[in-house]
Write a protein that binds this ligand. Structure first.
Ligand code: COA
Length: 331
């Protein structure tokens, strides 16, 4: 017996809520007391995402309390070798073998599922260092990519944003923003952007394949966002001939002071027109219209993604944490 208990998002609340608590306590311990983690409702939706098979499990201490938590996401549309792992031990229970038991169990499940590539991450505050990376390395994981987390405090100056969003040289691009989902007419374009987003961004050493996006997956993804209690704010750029040039998406969580910057992509053939900055400025204006008061927008970018980091700094983002992705091929 490895003392592992399976976690079912539809099962008894005690085990599931204990599992959510461990993930949140661990994240706050590393990233600060005000770190916004996922609520249990968001975790439920995450575990039920139809695009991935989720396997969640936990360890308990001698009193029966959940103290270690992990889950694997197995993509179902593409990347069929891959399992993405999130694993954390409650800060008060570290150094007692929970991490090892969870990791060994996770790798066993990955093998059973016929997969052989595991990706996990470690995170730390700016000014600190990757204290948990040693655990990943201890078990044969190699550093595959380092990402910087940046935050933007809203509101920003409207006039400046309006000027940035409008900045163009008569190049004919048009920006459009949609709240709470996108019009049907954009769904095909969003599928193309989803495919390209998965490989047009720097991937470091991550062995990721292009993602398979079709209209059905796009619609399911917007439904997932609604079920998670979030509001999507999408800004698309269209070229003069009506073809899509890029998009950016933010999602407002059920706590309206916490916003996540999701994808931003300008298709290669449309780069060089400041569309990344213009779309983000337009999106930020829409966010400010939607939000009642101050909020923080968070984003993660590969540290080698200089153009995106430059756009973010120009908007006002400041780096405040980092995340490293670790990869292991199981033999
Ligand atoms: C990293 C983490 C999961 C370790 O959990 P833990 O229960 O303390 O780990 P264990 O007690 O099972 O340790 C297992 C082995 O890893 C080693 N280890 C644990 N943390 C380590 C670290 N930060 N650096 C180097 N080695 C570490 C232990 O010394 C032990 O080695 P041994 O087998 O040679 O004795 C825990 O600190 C944590 O939750 N961190 C925050 C979330 C995170 O970063 N997750 C990692 C995802 S890869």
């Amino acid at each position: 017996m490895d003392g592992i208990v399976a976690i079912d998002p539809d099962g008894p609340d005690e085990a599931f809520l204990g599992w959510c608590d461990v993930l949140l306590a661990s994240a706050r311990h590393g990233l600060g007391a005000l770190h916004a983690g996922r609520s249990p409702e968001e975790r439920r939706v995450q575990l039920r995402d139809p695009a991935r098979r989720a396997l969640a499990f936990a360890t308990r201490d001698e009193h029966g309390d959940v103290v270690g938590a992990a889950w694997l996401a197995l993509p179902l549309h593409d990347n069929l070798r891959l399992a993405v792992l999130e694993l954390a031990v409650h800060p008060d229970h570290r150094g007692r073998g929970h991490g090892r038991r969870l990791l060994e169990h996770a790798e066993g499940l990955v093998r059973e599922a016929g997969r052989d590539l595991v990706v996990a991450d470690t995170q730390w505050r700016a000014g600190s260092e990757d204290v948990h990376g040693g655990f990943a390395r201890r078990f044969g994981y190699a550093s595959a990519q380092t990402n910087l987390r940046s935050s933007l405090a809203l509101p920003l100056d409207r006039d400046r944003l309006t000027a940035v969003a409008a900045d163009h040289d008569g190049d004919g691009y048009v920006l459009r923003t949609a709240l709470g989902g996108i019009p049907d007419a954009w769904v095909g374009a969003r599928a193309l952007l989803g495919r390209r987003m998965s490989t047009d961004v720097p991937l470091g050493d991550l062995q990721l394949e292009e993602e398979a996006w079709d209209e059905e997956r796009v619609r399911a993804d917007y439904e997932r966002i609604v079920h998670a209690g979030r509001t999507a704010v999408d800004t698309f750029a269209f070229a003069a001939d009506g073809s899509v040039a890029g998009y950016t998406q933010t999602t407002v969580t059920s706590d309206p002071t916490v916003v996540y910057q999701q994808d931003t992509l300008v298709l290669r053939e449309h780069r060089g027109h400041r569309l990344g900055l213009r779309m983000k400025a337009a999106n930020t204006l829409a966010l400010m219209d939607h939000l009642a008061g101050p909020a923080t927008v968070r984003t993660w970018n590969a540290q080698e993604n200089a153009p995106m980091l430059a756009v973010n700094r120009e908007l006002g983002y400041a780096e405040d944490a980092a995340m490293r992705e670790w990869q292991k091929e199981l033999r």
